[in-house]
Design a protein around this ligand. Sequence first.
Ligand SMILES: [Zn+2]
Length: 97
Amino acid sequence: MTTRKTTDSITTKKKLIKTLENAYNTCFDCGEKYGVYSVGCSSVYEGKCGVCGEIKRITETRDFAYFVTGIRKLKKEIEDEKSNSTTQKQEGKESSL
Ligand SMILES: [Zn+2]
């Protein structure tokens, strides 16, 4: 028997959203993971990635559309997890209308 740690997962995702929102630089691994590369050429240089914290070749988060796709996805996942955990409570109320 395993209990899914929904709240832990939500906390982790919220933290990640904050990191993505506040990051100024990103390496290409994080960029491709959470965003979409949106420019033809960008200024790439060696430095600390604002997401994973590793010293890599990085560029501005702007070049990955500020991670909007990744942030949107994470927010949806949080919503889904919240609604999953409240589904049982809501079921009883439907018939009282
Ligand atoms: Zn990174």
